[in-house]
Design a binder for this molecule. Sequence first.
Ligand SMILES: [Zn+2]
Length: 47
Amino acid sequence: MGSEKETYTFRCTVCGWEYESDSPELPEDFVCEVCGVGPDMFELVEE
Ligand SMILES: [Zn+2]
């Protein structure tokens, strides 16, 4: 009850790589594992 962990999916708008996080924000030093862009280039995927 109420202990379900929420996950957030972020998608790189440059290459389409997806990353799952339990935080609604990516860390400042986060980089795409595929193309190397920073968190500014990611969008939160609403499902
Ligand atoms: Zn990328």
